[in-house]
Write a protein that binds this ligand. Structure first.
Ligand code: ADP
Ligand code: MG
Length: 396
């Protein structure tokens, strides 16, 4: 039974072939000239920290969003998504923006991720194009299909008309697209790792300086397992901005530019001036930043037990202090850590559904998935993953 639930990743070449077929059926002509892809991500530790300017430790996934397409002579763009589970229509045509007429968000909502990237492309004006999108990142599952779409789209535009090639600025432009066009006030983590992810490495990102240190993660005795709860609670949309606001409020009361600059002592000293909820939010952030720095050190030493312990502490803090977990994620984590050979497990991404990430000994993989499946009240999907490369151009 388990094997039905293991997601064997579609090879990137298969996705390119799929996108190409759609392109040829829809646009005819000579077929696409360019193919690019950008990965989704899983965050190992450092949750709800990027917008607090702290440390995060994600890795890029083998699952990617592919964009194939061509430049056209017109002043408009046509995009098609091969994704089944998005708002119709799945083809959108729009005029390209100029100084006088910026590109506004609209319907269908999925196209806003593309429009935002076109609007914020760093070498305007964007030339006319046709493109098809195909993805193996689950949509809305907490593995950042949104950033992978933005970064793939940006990488596609770079092939039509190069910008200066600054990768950090590229990630920031894609983040801006999500802010202005998708209406999600996200931090920089997802776009950053989708651009700069490295095969066989996690990235320790300092979200204040925007510097990243690759941390080797390619031990054959170790497995990184993602378990998708396959639920997404409707809270996701409203709770994220509210957490962000609470953190800003706490930083303001502590008289710091961000919670990155605050210590636990600062927090305790200001406790009487914070309401209980704001206090708990800030405490999660301050402790999680420290935990993430420790976890990166542990990973460098191959101290997986210590790393796993920090993962569980992170999960408990997200559940009790930051209050972004849910019954399904708690069940998946509790089940995972009961298995011998599991180092640690935690929710990953924004919360209220989506996925957990579990670090375990390779020999424990079958019994771990079996046990999680038996204990989980819903129906999980498993992804056995390895750290992969960031956005790249592919041959057609
Ligand atoms: P996550 O980033 O965790 O997958 P989000 O809610 O942030 O979840 O982003 C999911 C949204 O991104 C989808 O609802 C859709 O609008 C858009 N999206 C992502 N991938 C694609 C795709 N391949 N085609 C069309 N839209 C996509
Ligand atoms: Mg997203």
């Amino acid at each position: 039974v388990i094997h039905e639930n293991i997601c064997t990743k579609k090879a990137v070449s298969e996705l390119v072939a799929e996108a190409r077929r759609v392109y040829e059926q829809s646009f005819g002509g000579d077929g696409p000239q360019v193919a690019v892809c950008a990965p989704g991500r899983v965050n190992l530790i450092g949750e709800h920290i990027d917008y607090n300017q702290g440390f995060v430790l994600p890795m890029a996934l083998p699952m990617v969003t592919v964009v194939v397409g061509s430049r056209t002579s017109g002043q408009s763009a046509s995009i098609i998504t091969a994704a089944k589970d998005v708002e119709e229509p799945r083809r959108v045509d729009f005029d390209l923006p100029n100084d006088k007429a910026p590109l506004s968000p609209g319907k269908p909502s999925w196209a806003n991720y593309v429009k935002g990237v076109v609007q914020h492309y760093r070498a305007p004006p964007v030339p006319g194009f046709r493109a098809v999108i195909a993805s193996s990142v689950p949509l809305g599952g907490g593995l950042s299909s949104s950033a992978s779409l933005e970064v793939a789209m940006y990488t596609f535009l770079q092939q039509l008309k190069p910008d200066d090639g600054d990768k950090v600025a590229k990630a920031v432009a894609c983040q801006k697209a999500e802010h202005t066009h998708a209406g999600v006030p996200c931090g920089i983590m997802d776009q950053f790792v989708s651009v700069l992810g490295r095969e066989a490495h996690a990235l320790l990102i300092d979200c204040r300086s925007l510097e990243a240190t690759p941390v080797p993660l390619s031990d054959p005795g170790l497995v990184i397992l993602i378990s998708n709860s396959n639920v997404k609670h409707s809270l996701t949309g409203s709770e994220y901005p509210s957490r962000r606001r609470q953190c800003e409020e706490a930083a303001a009361i502590l008289e710091k530019a961000s919670l990155r600059d605050a210590t636990l002592k600062d927090l305790e000293d200001a406790k009487s001036r914070l309401d209980d909820e704001t206090y708990r939010r800030a405490r999660h952030v301050i402790e999680e930043i420290e935990r993430t720095a420790q976890a990166a050190e542990a990973l460098k030493k191959g101290a997986y037990k210590e790393f796993g312990k920090l993962m569980v502490e992170s999960h408990n803090s997200l559940r009790d202090l930051y209050e972004v977990s849910c019954k399904e994620l708690d069940e998946l984590v509790s089940a995972a850590v009961e298995v011998e050979g599991v180092f640690g497990s935690r929710m990953t991404g924004g919360g209220f559904g989506g996925c957990t990430v579990t670090l375990l000994q390779a020999e424990a993989i079958d019994r771990t998935m079996q046990h999680i499946q038996e204990r989980y009240s819903g129906s999980p999907t498993f992804y056995i993953t390895t750290p992969s490369q960031g956005a790249r151009v592919m041959s057609l």
